[in-house]
Structure formats: structure tokens, C-alpha cells
Design a protein around this ligand. Structure first.
Ligand SMILES: Cc1ncc(C[n+]2csc(CCOP(=O)(O)OP(=O)(O)O)c2C)c(N)n1
Length: 327
């Protein structure tokens, strides 16, 4: 891995972290009129995976989608416009945080019905095959998705048709307040379920961005060679409440010290320390980086806050794709 890639991964994670921290900070102003599911603590997965993708590769995501959107090259102004429900938003302000889309960047859809994006991604991958395009699709989903029946149908179909799809499970151990222990038999590993469908599957450390990057590079290479789907499970942890900008550890649904232990393994800090110890990053690099991101964030928030709301007549637009033949 070149020093440039390693530094780019750091910048990407820092940018996602700073954007989400700003969303958390201003959310209580009550101007963003949609729920937000923040991914603070999970930045390494989005950054490490998407750094291996081309613009033409497609990504689908679920309710916790900001990092995937940003890492895939989605436009920040259009993302924040969407969170503020404004016409400048990437879904014209009609979708909110859980319906991000940026076709120019290959972000096909974010859909919050748990598990629902898995067959959408498989369909998109099948489309790639039918159109003989050399690209692939990445489906991001959480550990909660594996309990939906459509997960198994989709994996079976993708394996059967050898589709160019990477199933990417971000295992943060909780579905809202329910830990994996009350949802899955003891000792069952998620990546092994995928393996049982005949798909090459691996498990990695989702807080180590270099591991995420390398494992994804291997998977993407195989998929591009036409070897069919791959499955990666990365273990990581969400720091804040399931939905919203606040901390909720006082509720006691997580094990004692669990959050603290994961915070000590902050993906951004881990990578920063590594780069610093190798002399690849120092204070002189950090200051302009932080300034650049801060400026970008301020501009994007200003744009989102000052953009108009969609006019009432827009209620009837973008409901169906009018360009499609009706017969
Ligand atoms: C079919 C369906 N059931 C329940 C919900 C409510 N719900 C929203 S997010 C969520 C938890 C999903 O957990 P996971 O997939 O592990 O993602 P995480 O929130 O941990 O990132 C649930 C149950 C939903 N959106 N869709």
C-alpha cells in the first residue's frame, strides 16, 4: 500500500468524522427534520472499502449511509441539502438522511427497510452482467440484515449466477438495543453463514482501515476476474445512540466498558498514530487538512440552510421514472 493511499484513507476517515460530528452538534437546532443514524466509530469500513472502487462501480446502503455516500464520492452539499429537506438535496429534499442517492458517484440508493437493499444490489449486479459491463456492486448492510429472509435468497441467487457483487456486513453487534447473543445461536459467525451459501467469505477488523482496504482489494480483484460474489464481515462499533446525535450508554444495553474499549480503538486515531509513528503525518500536514475540511463543511451547511424547501407542486414529481415506457 503506497504512502499516498495510506494518507488518503486517513483524510477520508477524518472528513467523515468531522462531518458527522458537525451534524451531531447542530442537530438539536431542529432544522434537520429527518432522523439521522450516525456512524461515528465505524468510519474505517466505508473509507477502506470505497477506496478500492471506481466511479462506475455501484454501492447500495441502508439507514446508516452517510459514510458510504461520502466515501464513494457523493456530493456533500447535496447530502446536507437532503438532511435539511431542501430542494438542493440529492433526493430533492423528499427523502432525508435515509434516502441518499448520487448516481454520478455510483451511489445507487440508500433504503432503510432492513435487508431491503441486498436484493437491490444483487439486481444491479445482474444488470451489470446483462449489459456486459465490467463493474461491480457493493452492498453495505449491518448485522441486523442477516436475520431477514431476503438475505439468504439474495446470497443464493448471487452465488448461482456468479454475480459481480461484494456483500459487505458491518457487524457492530447490535440491532438497535438487541445484541447478537439474543438474535443468533452462540458461536455462529456471520461470515460462515455466507460461506454456507457457497460464497468465499472472510472476517476482519473493521477499525483497522488498512486491513479493510487490503481485504477489500483482494475481494474486488476476484470479483473483477469474474469469479462471482464475495462476502466480507468487518467487526466495528457505533459510538452514539442508534438514531440521533446523542450518547446513550447510560441506558445500559451494552456490556460494561464495551463502548470504552471500542473508543480506545478509534479507527481515526489508530491510523493517525500509525502514520505519525512512521513519519508519514505530522502537525504541518494536519492543520491544512483540518482547515480544508472545516471550510468545506461550513460552506455545505450554509448552502443547506439557505436553500429553499421544495415547492408543493414538486410533490408529484420524481414519483415514477417518466422516461420509462408505459407499455
Ligand atoms: C424490516 C425492518 N425491520 C425493522 C426495522 C427497524 N430498524 C431500523 S434500523 C434497525 C437495526 C438494524 O441493525 P443493523 O442492520 O445491525 O444496523 P445498525 O443500525 O447496527 O447499523 C431496525 C431493527 C426496519 N427499518 N426494517
Amino acid at each position: 500500500m503506497t504512502p499516498e493511499i495510506r494518507k488518503k484513507l486517513y483524510f477520508e476517515m477524518l472528513r467523515i468524522r468531522m462531518i458527522e460530528q458537525k451534524i451531531a452538534e447542530v442537530y438539536p437546532e431542529q432544522e434537520m427534520r429527518c432522523p439521522v443514524h450516525l456512524c461515528i466509530g465505524q468510519e474505517a469500513v466505508a473509507a477502506g472499502v470505497c477506496a478500492n472502487l471506481k466511479v462506475e462501480d455501484q454501492v447500495v446502503s441502508a439507514h446508516r449511509s452517510h459514510a458510504h455516500y461520502l466515501a464513494k464520492g457523493g456530493d456533500l452539499k447535496r447530502m446536507l441539502g437532503e438532511l435539511y429537506g431542501k430542494v438542493s438535496g440529492c433526493a430533492h429534499g423528499k427523502g432525508g438522511s435515509m434516502h441518499l442517492i448520487d448516481l454520478n458517484a455510483g451511489l445507487l440508493a440508500a433504503v432503510p427497510i432492513v435487508g431491503s437493499t441486498i436484493p437491490i444490489g444483487v439486481g444491479a449486479a445482474w444488470g451489470m452482467v446483462m449489459k456486459q459491463l465490467p463493474h461491480l456492486v457493493v452492498v453495505f448492510f449491518g448485522d441486523g440484515s442477516i436475520e431477514e429472509g431476503v438475505f439468504h435468497e439474495s446470497l443464493n441467487f448471487a452465488a448461482l449466477k456468479k454475480l459481480p457483487v461484494l456483500f459487505l456486513c458491518e457487524n457492530n453487534f447490535y440491532s438497535v438495543y438487541s445484541p447478537l447473543e439474543v438474535r443468533q445461536p452462540a458461536g455462529r459467525e456471520i461470515f460462515e453463514i455466507a460461506r454456507a451459501h457457497g460464497i468465499e467469505s472472510h472476517q476482519g477488523d473493521g477499525n483497522d482501515v488498512e486491513e479493510v482496504y487490503s481485504m477489500t482489494a483482494h475481494a474486488v480483484e476476484k470479483i473483477r476476474q469474474g469469479k462471482g460474489p464475495m462476502f466480507l464481515e468487518f467487526k466495528t462499533f457505533r459510538w452514539l445512540e442508534h438514531c440521533g446525535p446523542f450518547w446513550d450508554d447510560e441506558l445500559g444495553y451494552r456490556k460494561e466498558n464495551e463502548l470504552q474499549n471500542w473508543r480506545e480503538r478509534c479507527p481515526v486515531k489508530l491510523h493517525e498514530n500509525k502514520l505519525r509513528s512512521e513519519g508519514l503525518l505530522n502537525e504541518h500536514d494536519m492543520v491544512p487538512m483540518v482547515n480544508q475540511i472545516t471550510e468545506e463543511i461550513n460552506e455545505a451547511f450554509h448552502s443547506a440552510k439557505t436553500s429553499p424547501l421544495p415547492p408543493p407542486e414538486m410533490l408529484w414529481t420524481h414519483v415514477y421514472d417518466e422516461s420509462l415506457p408505459t407499455e
